[in-house]
Design a protein around this ligand. Sequence first.
Ligand code: NI
Length: 153
Amino acid sequence: MALRNVRIDGDPVLRKIAKPVTKFDEKLKMLAEDMIETMVAEDGIGLAAPQIGILKRLIVIDLYDEKGATVYVNPQIIHEEGEQFEIEGCLSVPDASGAVRRPCKVTLRAQDLEGKVFEAEGEGLLARAMCHEVDHLNGILFIDKVEEKPEEV
Ligand code: NI
């Protein structure tokens, strides 16, 4: 396993569309392991492959709960409902944060590292992380979606 360099906003790789994963081999497993290791070392709750310069549709998420780190290969949001409006940040945009509207519940269809299709539901922070990481695969950063949050009364 190895730590990878996290690419920072301004790096063109963060703005490209990632390609579907077609080979479920040892190399993919090693890439996922490196992504998890890098995410944890950087104190992130999610990381998408383009953030380490790999244009593949692969994300990892870890909310540091009993579920542990999950790898989602070729993830697709197939259902979303509700709305949340919370402050977000990103390892590729250090020192920036802002409020982004996201669905409060999403269903993700993805493959595991063996290529087996599964569905995962996320609510709250997990839903937010899923949407944020899938955006990375499409060249979208959270700063593109930040809205002014009205003052709380
Ligand atoms: Ni991010």
